[in-house]
Ligand binder design. Structure first.
Ligand code: HBI
Length: 352
């Protein structure tokens, strides 16, 4: 197949602003190229990914949807990079068998019937706004095969849940080293922004006095600053936004990964990255992580927003066998298994 991937308009690829979508797009390129498909990516100018053929497009970035309230109207910034990306796609569409949209924005859904080429929509988050839900639902009614999501719990946040193809996720397991014996420290990993509720993990670290290593892009400076000032006693250490190789090396020495999503996390790639290193995952029982963690076997599912629940789970970590964590990543989340599902989904859309 000849595949054109259209990225998220909130940031350049490799900036970290795109969160899990950046990893998903990177993995999709690798996996489809490995299967001898031709892959090209359209993304905001300045984007970079290893061995990817990227067309950089000028224009203004979009506001991240998760920072807005549900009732926001559809907004198109002046000289929108998304508008320019889809104008490019319109011009070249006949060179491709399928376009894969990763933007969580109204425009690509609205444009679908205007294009001759098939457009596969990969939805990267749970429902965030009524206007976008409406736009997506209208397109889903016309193109019921064309909506891919990570998980069932993510799909269930949308009115068109019944037509969503649950594709899960996957990582290149060869990049992650299993580590048997950890140091006495915990990890938190992700975009540092309010919907990820880092403050809960910091409070758990304060109570247990176990050092917490924090990895990820500081997306909301003010939010980060408020955490640091309110918890200056907490044994936390910010490690920055690391490459996969460096991240997995540090992550592997942790007793567990804490996941504290305030929202319905669509998947939680960080969970399978931890499992791949043999690191158990303790998470609020909501969204993607609740479908990834095998409770009491590869980690613990905790009552959402309960700090004491996190602390109780941390004290139960000796019950977990770290080999079970690595094994579950190998069985469920290899790149090839995920690539098979994604390729099949695209082939079905091409042949419709
Ligand atoms: N917000 N408006 C908008 N558009 C996106 O494509 C988008 C977003 N917020 C976050 C996001 N995409 C993804 O990177 C998430 O997976 C983090």
């Amino acid at each position: 197949m000849k595949i054109l991937i259209l990225s998220t308009p909130v940031g350049t690829l490799s900036s970290g602003i795109g969160g899990g979508v950046e990893l998903t797009i990177y993995n999709l390129i690798q996996e489809m190229q490995r299967r001898n498909h031709l892959v090209k990516v359209v993304a905001p100018k300045g984007s970079y990914l290893q061995n990817a053929d990227i067309v950089g497009i000028e224009g203004n970035l979009h506001i991240p949807a998760q920072t807005q309230t549900r009732d926001i109207p559809t907004v198109m910034p002046q000289n929108s990079v998304l508008g320019n990306m889809w104008e490019y796609a319109r011009q070249v569409q006949s060179d491709y068998d399928v376009l894969v949209n990763f933007a969580f924005d109204w425009l690509p859904f609205y444009l679908t019937p205007f294009f001759q080429s098939s457009i596969a929509h990969f939805i990267s988050m749970g429902s965030l706004s009524d206007s976008l839900d409406h736009g997506m639902t209208q397109t889903a009614q016309k193109y019921p095969l064309n909506f891919g999501v990570y998980t069932k719990s993510q799909a269930n946040t949308f009115p068109f849940a019944n037509v969503c193809e649950c594709l899960g996720s996957g990582i290149d397991l060869s990049l992650y080293q299993f580590r048997e014996s950890p140091d006495k420290k915990l990890a938190w990993l992700g975009r540092i922004a309010p919907e990820k509720a880092l403050e809960d993990a910091v409070k758990a670290s304060e109570i247990t006095q176990i050092p917490l290593l924090i990895f990820g892009k500081i997306q909301d400076e003010q939010y980060w600053h408020s955490i640091v000032t309110q918890h200056h006693q907490a044994p936390i250490e910010y490690k920055g936004f690391l490459s996969t190789i460096d991240l997995q090396r540090e992550l592997g020495y942790c007793q567990a990964l804490l996941m504290t999503p305030r929202w319905v996390e669509a998947f939680g790639n960080v969970a399978i990255e931890a499992l791949a290193c043999g690191v158990p995952v303790i998470s609020y029982a909501r969204g993607g992580p609740a479908e990834i963690i095998d409770d009491c076997k590869t980690g613990f599912l905790v009552t959402p927003d309960s700090i004491e629940g996190l602390v109780t789970a941390i004290n139960r970590l000796p019950e977990i066998n770290r080999h079970d964590c690595r094994r579950s990543a190998e069985q469920e989340y290899s790149l090839t298994t995920w690539g098979d599902r994604f390729e099949l989904w695209l082939k079905r859309i091409c042949s419709e």
